[in-house]
Design a protein around this ligand. Structure first.
Ligand code: PXP
Length: 243
């Protein structure tokens, strides 16, 4: 029996739908409670520079009300560092962030940005926040994480999710090797991005991984599988109103 694998549910896209209308519904905090009730071990939220989904107020409310750990995804900027140090979430995952991207497009270049990342990692670690670096499953990036003394890395599974057949199998091996190398060096290994019911099992079977962070697919699937219940309830209310 291998050690348990934690599930972090990313609630960003509940906020994306809410923000399409600007009100309070659907509320990402309510979604976080439902995810916790359903077996999530933690909640992940990415406060982007442009606040396109999660807002500062969402982070305030999550920190106040969540009873499971919050993993704050953040770019390596002074603004985000100040927010993380003020809130002291359980964990902070440093991600690359480009204004024009639709989602995080790849891992951090930790190897090429040692000097930029070092003060972020050390200040978050000093504040007792479990810092992870979102990186590609590449030995160069793991070596950089070792140099930076990051306690955790999260491997980007986006390429694995986009590939098929032999190419996907090769990428899976790369992730498995990377997880083994990280843990051998005392770094906890997580993974995430693009994971779905169809592709999660081989990743979840990598014994060195301690946590998966999954968002977009889960929220999309919740809309599809939850639509039946919400339409039925509306139908019922309308029918009742007409006796
Ligand atoms: N991990 C990190 C670091 C991410 O940036 C994201 C996307 O916000 C995820 C995991 C989750 O990816 P997805 O939404 O594709 O499941």
């Amino acid at each position: 029996m291998t050690s348990p694998l934690r599930l972090g549910v990313n609630i960003d896209h509940v906020a994306t739908i809410r923000n399409a209308r600007g009100g309070m519904h659907p509320d990402p905090v309510r979604a976080a409670f439902i995810a916790a009730e359903a077996g999530a071990d933690g909640i992940t939220a990415h406060l982007r520079e442009d606040r396109r989904h999660i807002t500062d107020e969402d982070i305030d409310r999550l920190m106040e009300r969540l009873t499971i750990p919050l993993n704050l995804e953040m770019a390596a900027t002074e603004e985000m560092l100040e927010i993380a140090l003020r809130h002291r979430p359980h964990a902070a995952c440093i991600v690359p962030e480009k204004r024009e991207e639709r989602t995080t497009e790849g891992g951090l270049d930790a190897a090429g940005q040692d000097n930029l990342l070092r003060p972020f990692v050390s200040r978050l670690v000093e504040a007792n926040i479990r810092v992870s670096l979102f990186i590609e499953p590449d030995p160069r990036q793991i070596e950089a994480a070792i140099r930076l003394k990051a306690p955790v890395v999260e491997f980007h599974t986006g390429l694995y999710a986009a590939l098929e057949g032999d190419e996907q199998a090769r990428e899976l091996n790369r992730i498995a090797d990377a997880a083994a190398l990280a843990t051998k060096n005392g770094i906890e290994a997580h993974a995430g991005h693009g994971l779905t019911f169809d592709n999660v099992v081989p990743i979840a079977a990598i014994p060195q991984l301690a946590e998966l962070n999954i968002g977009h697919f889960l929220i999309g699937e919740a809309i599809v599988t939850g639509l039946d219940a919400s339409v039925r309830r509306m139908r019922g209310l309308m029918d009742e109103a007409r006796g």
